[in-house]
Write a protein that binds this ligand. Sequence first.
Ligand code: GDG
Length: 458
Amino acid sequence: MSRLIIVSNRVSVPDNQGAAAAGGLAVALQAALAERGGVWMGWSGKSSGDIEPEPLVLTEDGNITYALTDLTQTDVEEYYQGFANRVLWPICHYRLDLAEYGRKEMASYFRVNRFFAHRLAPLVEPDDIIWVHDYHLIPLAAELRQMGLKNRIGFFLHIPWPPADVLFTMPVHEEIMRGLSSYDLLGFQTKYDLENFAGCLKREGMGVENSPGHFSAHGHNFRGGAYSIGIETAAFAEFARKAAAHSMVRKARQSVEGRDLIIGVDRLDYSKGITQRIDAFERFITNNPAHQRRVTYLQITPKSRSEVPEYEAMQHAVAEQAGRVNGAIGTVDWVPIRYINRSISRPVLAGLYRLAKVGLVTPLRDGMNLVAKEYVAAQDPDDPGVLVLSRFAGAARELKGALLVNPYDVDGTANALARGINMPLEERRERWRGMMDHLLENDVSRWCENFLTDLRAE
Ligand code: GDG
């Protein structure tokens, strides 16, 4: 079996945590690497200041080599914070208003991809298959091809792919489309993302779809498919069952004093719809006064990308909004919203999902959304909670037992919350069982296998 090379912006170098504690994606990729032997390469997350980064730092773990490189401070600012997170991220999440396009940043994006290619190439053997992850590294295959590598190279995009009218607002859309066309297999989260990609290719005659999922563009034939990412369902369910006994989870249970718990868990990101969700919660209480003092909404929101101005602004906005709503609808003995602005441990998170009667997952746009899947997997089969899910999350295509909402519709989301809180046990069980069966069958290992099988096929 050929070796596997994984390249992603950040790398999960194993530590001493248990499997489920490390996060499903890292576990699945490590398992795929261990099966075949190989290399996982990416950025260390560190800056080398204004000097050229040292050679790759290699860490061996069994038959896996982890290969990390630093980046110069300029590249961190221009490639990572600049082009990746202030152009590609907002555009792929349909936020044209937030895209800050600059030529310096674009040049750095392509330069860093070339730099990655030059550092990776000496580690690659002719039979290896290469799997590149996410929007930071779109041009990587083209750079490797330029260096003469003939290996099979696949790409998986974790975030949405937008329609042509949105993508084409980005001045370098052609270079980006050419970069994608250099892979042998392109994986998207849903068939809608794949359709959007095909539409972008066709719109200005950049390429053609010869038959479903088979494309020609920029002189290269390649395939595209939908591969919806899953979680480590069985392991996470077991993890959540055990987490109920965790002291922090027990304290949380006591502190809600028999009230129904509603939970939201998101990185602090404008794509996650957190402010609209807080509005919907407030509307739910004002429209349903009987629930006053009988529910607690816990929003866990670790900071992310705080160096990017839009994220810093959002941090203030969400904190201010949660405070305002608590002031407006709270009482002397009831704080309606508990807002936590830092990361909590994975065992505690699993236990809190299980405690919550409603999982409120309402992104404005999301490639998949693993929180929705984790919430379902963590439920007690005898007394499961209800998932309220945005129709704009990739997960909505699969989780048919969720109450689907339009997160821009505050009243609609408030009504779904009321329906979720009041849902009879039998309906909850029926909805949950269907979703859980789907998640058990389509877990992250299967996602990984499906992608790699297709990448290996000629
Ligand atoms: C991208 C795409 C796609 C969150 N808070 C804490 C914590 N988390 C964990 C969750 C979950 C993960 O972070 C978030 O995953 P999501 O899928 O919800 O979102 P993104 O980070 O935006 O991921 C997304 C994903 O890639 C995979 O392809 O689904 O669409 O945007 O696992 O549990 N974990 C801990 N403490 C926290 O406070 N321990």
